[in-house]
Write a protein that binds this ligand. Structure first.
Ligand code: GNR
Ligand code: NI
Length: 166
């Protein structure tokens, strides 16, 4: 396994739209293993392939306390959503920034698991927030895109300075 580099905002590659996965083969399995190691090491509760510069529809999530409930979503699609919730979000690609974002309260998601089998999941609370945050990455969207242009520009400047001074 290997720890992969995570793209940092405002890297333009974070705005790439991911392609769907046609076959769940050993190449995908290798990427899943490396992304899992990367996510747990960060540490984060989710990771989208976009963040490690792999532009395919693959996301990993583990919102468990014990960090032993890895959930893999290939070609995830939100088939229904309802309600609203505000959550203070963070992102491994925007380190040190936490801002409130309004999203759906509950989502119903259809995806393939790591064996290529289709499943449907009903999520609410943090898991629902995380699924929506990760699917946004696959669409080339980062949570700061929901903030005002003023806030977003302040974050952009802060990130550029942070990366320059590292
Ligand atoms: O680790 C993460 N924590 C988090 C907290 C609130 C809302 C969303 C997230 S996802 C984030 C990991 C990440 O950047 N995934 O793309
Ligand atoms: Ni993120």
């Amino acid at each position: 396994m290997a720890i992969l580099d995570i793209l940092n905002y405002p890297d333009p590659r974070l705005h790439t739209v991911a392609k769907s996965v046609s076959v769940v083969d050993e190449v995908i399995h290798r990427l899943i293993d490396d992304m899992a190691e990367t996510m747990y090491a960060a540490p984060g509760i989710g990771l989208a392939a976009t963040q490690v510069n792999q532009h395919i529809q693959l996301i990993l999530i583990d919102t468990s306390e014990t960090k032993d409930h890895l959930q893999v979503f290939i070609n995830p699609k939100i088939i229904s959503k309802n309600g609203e919730q505000d959550y203070e979000e963070g992102c491994l690609s925007v380190p040190g920034v936490y801002e409130s974002v309004t999203r759906a309260e509950k989502v119903k998601v259809e995806a393939l698991d790591r064996t290529g089998k289709k499943f449907i999941l009903h999520a609410e609370g943090l898991l629902s927030v995380c699924i929506q945050h990760e699917i946004d990455h696959l669409l080339g969207k980062v949570f700061v895109d929901y903030l005002s242009p003023l806030k977003r520009n302040r974050i952009r400047t802060k990130m550029i300075k942070q990366q320059r001074d590292r």
